[in-house]
Design a protein around this ligand. Structure first.
Ligand SMILES: NC(=O)c1ccc[n+]([C@@H]2O[C@H](COP(=O)([O-])OP(=O)(O)OC[C@H]3O[C@@H](n4cnc5c(N)ncnc54)[C@H](O)[C@@H]3O)[C@@H](O)[C@H]2O)c1
Ligand SMILES: O=P(O)(O)OC[C@H](O)CO
Length: 340
């Protein structure tokens, strides 16, 4: 039987995931709140604002009727920014079927209580199968047909298989992982380091610097994640290394572009305004800095970036402090730092 899929959020990533599912034969309802955007898609068959030149499949039904999109859906994919996630989910809940699965595509953290989106799902829809998708997935590259890998994480093997079968196609390969928290945390954390990398590029720093930054970012992310109970090995997969590589090197990443703008001398407010799209890393940086301070996790890059982005500290001064920081081990999950 044809599956009914709902994707809530008509931005770049929601649109490409909806289109892949439609191309694979599902009936897909792509919900967006903007009437203007809806009319544009109905008239042109393209989401011009977010993914121009990407024709949408005829099975993709754009709509602003949330109830109509969600009723009878086998899977609801949540594709709104983290700040809107809880509100949109609450609006959708009355229309969910008893068996409907929910999968988050969102890479952010709710500031109150440091909740990841899977935790918001567990809190609000505890009886439904839930999962998350994360990985090196620049929406605009997926739209261009570039070969792409992603990760679906869920504690339910049935849901992992269901999403794998729904979204796998010639240019989109789906891997699975049971570590929901680790996959999701990796996707949220890498946005922070993409800002730092964009900034370093704008300041003319070299490839040695980029390699140093990305490798130490990975060490810092996994240290923090391990302290929160995630499996640090998850970070060597696509959701960790993979996504860190793509967002720390590509100007298609909005978080990277925020860093570039700050490196060019714009302040945060100007950089966010200029971007005009979601850059989750800006808030994630704040939330993670507070959590790292609370848990006393050593995160020098987060502390340094926070000082530059949110406290207007001089980037050269912070970079010097980082370079002259305390003695540290290269690979800390293997060697005890006391013996290095
Ligand atoms: N774009 C990508 O390449 C990409 C890839 C993977 C994951 N993500 C993640 O997916 C999430 C969504 O990102 P995106 O790129 O699609 O964002 P986007 O900025 O392109 O679009 C966000 C969409 O959500 C809508 N929205 C915002 N607030 C809303 C609200 N209160 N109610 C209803 N709709 C609302 C906007 O109108 C817009 O249609 C983010 O967490 C992002 O990190 C993005
Ligand atoms: O544009 P960004 O920085 O939100 O990154 C998009 C995706 O997360 C890349 O995997």
């Amino acid at each position: 039987m044809t599956q009914k899929i709902a994707v809530l959020g008509g931005g770049s990533f929601g649109t490409v995931v909806a289109n892949i599912a439609a191309t694979r034969g599902a009936d897909v309802h792509l919900w967006m709140r903007s009437e203007k955007q809806l009319q544009d898609i109905l008239e042109t068959g393209i989401n011009t604002r977010y993914v121009p030149k990407y024709p949408l499949h005829e099975r993709l039904i754009p709509t602003n009727d949330l109830a109509g999109a969600v009723v009878g859906a086998d899977i609801v994919f949540m594709a709104v920014p983290s700040k809107a996630f809880r509100v949109v989910l609450n609006d959708a809940i009355p229309h969910l079927g008893a068996e409907t699965a929910l999968v988050s595509l969102t890479k952010g953290i709710e500031p109150e209580g440091f909740r990841l989106m899977s935790e918001v799902l567990e809190e609000l829809v505890p009886d439904h199968p839930i999962g998350v998708i994360s990985g090196p997935n620049l929406a605009k590259e997926i739209a261009q047909g570039h070969l792409t890998g992603t990760v679906v994480a869920s504690q339910s093997p049935e849901l992992r298989n269901q999403v794998h079968d729904l979204l796998s196609d010639r240019s989109f390969r789906v891997y699975t992982n049971p570590d929901v928290y680790g996959v999701e945390l990796a996707g949220a954390l890498k946005n922070i380091y993409a800002i730092a990398s964009g900034m370093a590029a704008a300041l003319g720093m070299g490839e040695n610097t980029r390699a140093l930054l990305m490798t130490r970012s990975l060490a810092e992310m996994s240290r923090f994640a391990a302290r929160l109970g995630a499996n640090p090995l998850t970070f060597i997969g696509l959701a960790g290394v993979g996504d860190l590589v793509v967002t720390c090197t590509s100007p298609l990443s909005r978080n990277y572009r925020i860093g570039q703008a700050i490196g060019q001398g714009y302040n945060l407010k100007q950089a966010v305004k200029q971007l005009g799209e979601t850059a989750e890393g800006v808030n994630t940086l704040k939330v993670v800095k507070a959590k790292a301070d609370e848990l006393e996790v050593y995160m020098p890059l987060v502390a340094g970036l926070y000082a530059v982005v949110h406290e207007n500290e001089d980037v050269d001064v912070i970079a010097q402090q980082l370079m002259l920081g305390e003695r540290a081990s290269d690979v800390e999950f293997i060697f005890d730092s006391e013996n290095c």
